[in-house]
Design a protein around this ligand. Structure first.
Ligand SMILES: Nc1ncnc2c1ncn2[C@@H]1O[C@H](COP(=O)(O)OP(=O)(O)OP(=O)(O)O)[C@@H](O)[C@H]1O
Ligand SMILES: [Mg+2]
Length: 266
């Protein structure tokens, strides 16, 4: 059963961080042991769980990636939600794209870390930056499966060919087991024809890979990060929070199913 998931889409603002936080928190709420790893120099994930500026005894993900023989456990900190842990990021991570280039095993540095931690958690979710650079590559090499959020807006599918090509390259060169866990439709506005049309188009393209659960556009999901809380804690009754709880249920059912979903091969 896959344990390590890269939440990836090189398009900005499609709901990667929101999905990572709220799916992870929803799973923790039902008793799963979950680790979030922030691989985005914007560190939105870290601030979204209220830990902006915090580092673990070993430092941040930057130190974990660039260190010689780091002790993986020393980068993990607890969040205020039982069962949910974090490896934080800060602005230093911006430099990692460059600093990693001269290090050996530069694309598998994160894999080394997750390999040492995977037995301690039921699920590890890695948030990625909006690019297909070395940081995102590290997440795809480390992951068992990729989770792709797509926002239900006009250009949703633009750039997807690049992501698919990257996944194929990663499978060929580094990580043949990499699966596509699924596609999450985010920021869905049922009141607009455009939202409905885009959601239909995405389902036609990705078929069964798309989760049945759709995340609506919901103001609480946008507000929660400024309170340093997952939406499922900030306002558990909001439609956004309820949608992520439903997604977590569907995610668990899909991951427990014996047949792996079809691969995304373009
Ligand atoms: N379903 C939603 N409804 C309303 N607002 C949302 C929703 N999902 C995310 N947001 C808000 O939209 C913005 C972008 O979302 P998010 O940060 O999750 O995207 P991202 O893909 O991680 O962005 P980036 O590429 O910059 O890392 C954030 O301000 C977030 O709070
Ligand atoms: Mg983000």
């Amino acid at each position: 059963m896959p344990r390590v998931f890269s939440v990836a889409n090189q398009k900005g603002g499609v709901g990667k961080t929101t999905t990572a936080i709220n799916l992870a928190a929803s799973l923790a709420l039902v008793g799963q042991r979950v680790l979030l790893i922030d691989m985005d120099p914007q560190a939105n994930l870290t601030s979204g769980v209220g830990l902006k500026g915090q580092s673990a005894p070993g430092g941040t993900i930057y130190d974990a990636l660039t260190g010689d023989d780091p002790d993986a456990s020393s980068f993990v900190i607890a969040t205020q939600l039982a069962g949910l842990s974090l490896i934080p990021a800060d602005r230093n991570l911006t430099g990692a794209e460059i600093d990693l280039v001269t290090l050996d095993q530069r694309e598998s540095r994160l894999r080394r870390l997750t390999a040492a931690l995977r037995d301690r958690f039921d699920f590890i979710f890695i948030d990625t930056p909006p690019s297909l650079g070395l940081l995102t590559l590290n997440t795809l090499v480390a992951a068992d499966a990729v989770l792709i959020p797509l926002n239900c807006e006009y250009f949703a599918l633009e750039g997807i060919a690049d992501l698919v090509a990257t996944l194929q390259r990663v499978r060929a060169a580094y990580n043949p087991q990499l699966e596509t866990a699924g596609v999450v439709l985010t920021m869905y506005d049922e009141r607009t024809n455009l939202g409905q049309q885009v959601a239909r188009d995405i389902r036609e393209f990705f078929k069964d890979l798309v989760y049945v659960t759709v995340i609506p556009r919901n103001i609480r999901l946008g507000e929660a990060p400024s309170h340093g809380l997952p939406a499922v804690l900030y306002d558990e009754r909001s439609r956004g929070a309820e949608a992520y709880v439903a997604l977590a249920r569907e995610f668990l059912a899909r991951e427990a199913a014996p047949a792996a979903p079809e691969q995304l091969n373009g």
